[in-house]
Design a protein around this ligand. Sequence first.
Ligand SMILES: [Zn+2]
Ligand SMILES: [Zn+2]
Length: 279
Amino acid sequence: MARVGVFFSEKFKGRSWPIIGDRFRDFPEAFGELLNHPDFTLYEPKPVSEELLAKVHSRRLLETVRAAWHYEGARLTVGACVEALEKIWTGEINSAVVLSVAAGHHAGPDNAWGGTYLSSFGPAILNLKEKHGVRRFAILDTDSHHADGDRAMFRGNPNILHVCFCGFNRVEEGGLKVDVDVGWRTTDEAYLKLVEEEFLRRAEAFKPEAVLHSLGYDTCQGDYGDRGLTPAFFPRLVAKVKAFTDRVCGGRYLIAIMGGSNPQTASLIIPEMVRVLLS
Ligand SMILES: [Zn+2]
Ligand SMILES: [Zn+2]
């Protein structure tokens, strides 16, 4: 059995967030009976400190985002990622899912767009390095779009493996920074095979201390980054990565929900993914 933390704020619903809309409108009720599961904990996120943000972002970027209405949501999302990764490291929980708004993989040190205006993984990783000396992480990105922000954030960092499944093939930094073209139309099977070949194989050799996963469901049929995947794909993907983390890095696995705007898909797949993590 594994202990799973889910980070969610009531402030994440009831308004239309950039790109993703009100996708969490049916949470936390969508978790149903999981809310009573002894190994499931729902955490209320706390805003990330401005001090930590200033260590990963430029002053110019922070001035812009601070003036935006979505700043509080972004700050709570980043705070959730920071706290989740720390709780995973100290063993309070084994894995976590962060329901995210306005923060994530399109936010680099000095540039942010596409619905994500602060970096989620930059502060989380820096915090763990500063407090616990942990530095070696594998980042898997299965959103439909290229993770330009995270790539900029971790460029040249030899302790970060970043494998991004998007729309082009590229291998940089001797295989530490990799992009994989999944094709405009793919299938659940073909995508899972690519994850095995291009991420798990590299991560196996890299030996991370934890896996961080930007999990977008914009790739799902009918969503804005549709690549032909079915809702059943997402828990299968999580099961595959979980099995890897159980074997290689003590089950330490952080998932941040990235793109995707359909509320029904969110309510269907996120509880299913948590069920997989609990097993
Ligand atoms: Zn996306
Ligand atoms: Zn990419």
